[in-house]
Design a protein around this ligand. Structure first.
Ligand code: FAD
Ligand code: NAP
Length: 545
């Protein structure tokens, strides 16, 4: 008799009936949370829809997927031994290397034994009488918890484009954020890629090397800067490992979670030659932030930003041989207002004879058909279509869950005009609910590991505070939340960010309210604010016995 086959859809372990803390998501946020909560002697369970840890780095397995913050900076700082022992290979590692790191962390801290994989949380309802959350999963299990922490990720609810016929296509269909675990081979195939954000920009050069023919469908061009990726040298790794405490401190105090020299000048006060030389150095450095941080006014002044825009346009035109393609790839919105990309050979790819660009602003996408993609001008036939169409960012992974707070109020409905959260961590009317890198915090405007660690530490400190002071619940006051949301909007209004149709603004999701969701005040300033609030006994929060 053959052994019984495990149900490939089933949860990997039983759900406990009651714990101190439920964590949703086992990416870098959920993993660190679990480790920290355990260290505090609390019982916790993590639910994860995937079959292993890593979150972003578990799901996004598309060809060319890489981090665009340097490995030595995009890594946990909470354990000095972990920091010293892990050996990063590349300046900007690939998805498999980062996933290996996440798996190493899971093994090292024995995390998997409290993670229920293959289990999506579908609802979380707060019960005022027992002052506990009742969390239900897709397998109809339920668990009671005093605290609920959403570590569901800002970029984990993937999105298909709103075009008719998505199911009609008879060839292979992929989304970059749900890439198969098996190898995908495009050799000899006609491939269409829809979308030219970071996922498109990273995957297009790699797919182009395999495919017989690659057609890229672009609605809005991205600003992409060369990564200048390379293997890490032993001497630089040693130097960083010796200097880690100071470097980590500098990360925490920086604007984007990446230490850079502070700009002192306006882009408009220097000569063209000086400015171009400065931009050239930044372009050569292979960094996501160096160009945008060269002058104090690039993110606040259109005129200043135009100097950087023109610089990148000249670079694009100098790389791409076909003038019309080059022109189509030049973005008109201000640099940095949609998330910039870091690439390896992106613009050069358009000089290949097997690569073609379709400008959807000239010929809008009409439908996916049995054979391929139809625009207003032509029908293009493919063997495979790759959707690099992004995410319902920052709120999608939260509003996909039926979260109900006091009086049965739904988070989704409460946020129907845009997300409202105090510090991006808690929401009025939702006691003992915390969000890691939620809307209203620097989150996606930063090296996210820095922001994740800050939020996890802060949330765990709150829980410890409640325990020590004998409080049962905490939630933001309506007033503090309103003031914080006003502050987030005010800071955004000083910048150029709201001028672009970005996912930061919810503009990529039809019907989503246009609100600038992350906090643009900078990682260091935000941390100070959070620390001050904690030092004042969690000012702006209502703590109840
Ligand atoms: P995630 O990694 O998104 O993990 C959330 C987890 O929650 C997922 O595994 C998901 O399956 C799970 N989940 C969600 N909802 C449910 C549910 N209802 N039930 C159960 N499980 C659920 N940031 C940077 O700072 N630098 C970079 O270079 C960078 N590169 C990126 C590249 C890509 C392709 C993407 C998509 C994002 C990138 N990011 C980058 C952002 C990245 O998401 C964060 O850096 C970080 O990995 C987020 O970790 P997290 O744990 O908060 O969220
Ligand atoms: P994205 O930046 O939102 O890009 C999606 C692309 O699809 C855009 O070009 C978008 O055009 C296009 N698109 C969406 N809907 C469309 C439609 N209906 N018709 C035509 N085109 C459509 O998503 P992403 O590339 O997956 O990246 C999301 C974020 O994840 C990044 O900004 C970054 O924060 C992170 N990320 C980082 C890296 C990295 O380098 N480390 C890699 C991947 C992702 P519009 O611009 O016109 O909306």
């Amino acid at each position: 008799m053959s052994a019984p086959v495990a149900d490939p859809q089933a949860a990997t372990r039983p759900t406990p009936s009651s714990v101190d803390v439920v964590v949703v998501g086992a990416g870098l946020s959920g993993m660190y949370l679990l480790h920290k909560l355990r260290g505090m002697g609390l019982s916790a369970v993590v639910f994860e829809a995937g079959t292993d840890v890593g979150g972003t780095w578990y799901w996004n397995r598309y060809p060319g997927a890489r981090v665009d913050v340097e490995s030595l900076a995009y890594s946990y700082s909470f354990d000095p031994d972990l920091e010293q022992e892990f050996e990063w290979q590349e300046r900007y590692p690939t998805q498999p290397e980062i996933l290996k790191y996440a798996q190493h962390v899971a093994d090292r801290f024995d995390l998997r034994k409290d993670i229920v994989f293959r289990t999506r949380v579908v609802s979380a309802h707060y019960d005022e009488e027992s002052r506990a959350w009742l969390v239900r999963t897709e397998h109809e299990d339920a668990v009671h918890a005093r605290f609920l922490v959403m570590a569901t990720g800002c970029l984990s609810a993937s999105k298909m484009p709103e075009i008719p016929g998505l199911d009609a296509f008879k060839g292979e269909t992929y989304h970059t954020a749900h890439w198969p675990h098996e190898d995908v081979d495009f050799t000899g195939k006609r491939v269409g890629v829809i979308g030219t954000g970071s996922s498109g920009v990273q995957s297009i050069p790699v797919i182009a090397q395999q495919a017989a023919d690659l057609m890229v469908f672009q609605r809005t061009p991205a600003y992409s800067l060369p990564a200048r990726n390379r293997a890490l040298r032993a001497d630089e790794v040693t130097a960083m490992k010796q200097d880690y405490p100071a470097f980590r401190q500098a990360q925490k105090e920086s604007g984007f979670g990446v230490p850079v020299p502070l700009a002192t000048k306006s882009a408009l006060e220097v000569s063209d030659d000086e400015r171009n030389a400065t931009f050239e150095d930044a372009w050569e450095s292979g960094s996501l932030v160096n160009l945008l941080t060269t002058y104090v006014d690039l993110v606040v002044s259109r005129e200043a930003n135009d100097t950087a825009k023109d610089f990148v346009h000249r670079k694009i035109r100098s790389i791409i041989t076909d003038p019309r393609t080059a022109s189509d790839l030049c973005p008109e919105y201000p640099l940095g207002t949609k998330r910039p990309c870091l690439d390896t050979g992106y613009y050069e790819t358009y000089n290949r004879s097997n690569v073609h660009l379709v400008n959807l602003q000239r010929e809008p996408l009409q439908a996916v058909t049995e054979k391929g993609v139809r625009t207003a001008v032509a029908e293009y036939e493919f063997d495979a279509i790759v959707y690099a169409t992004g995410f319902d960012a920052m709120t999608g992974s939260l509003t996909n869950i039926d979260i109900r707070g006091t009086g049965g109020a739904s988070l989704k409905e409460t946020w129907s005009a845009g997300p409202r959260a105090y510090l991006g961590i808690g929401a009025a009317g939702f006691p003992n609910l915390f969000m890691i890198t939620g809307p209203g915090s620097p989150s996606v405007l930063s090296n996210m590991v820095v922001s994740i660690e800050q939020h996890v530490d802060w949330v765990c400190d709150v829980i410890e505070h409640l325990r020590q002071q004998g409080f049962a619940t905490i939630e933001p006051t309506q007033q503090a939340q309103d003031e914080w949301v006003d502050h987030v909007n005010l800071v955004a209004s000083y910048t150029l960010y709201p001028t672009a149709n970005s996912w930061y603004m919810g503009a990529n999701v039809p019907g989503k309210p246009r609100v600038f969701m992350p906090y643009a005040g900078g990682v260091g300033e935000y941390r100070k604010k959070c620390d001050e609030i904690a030092a004042k006994g969690y000012e702006g929060f209502l703590l109840s016995a």
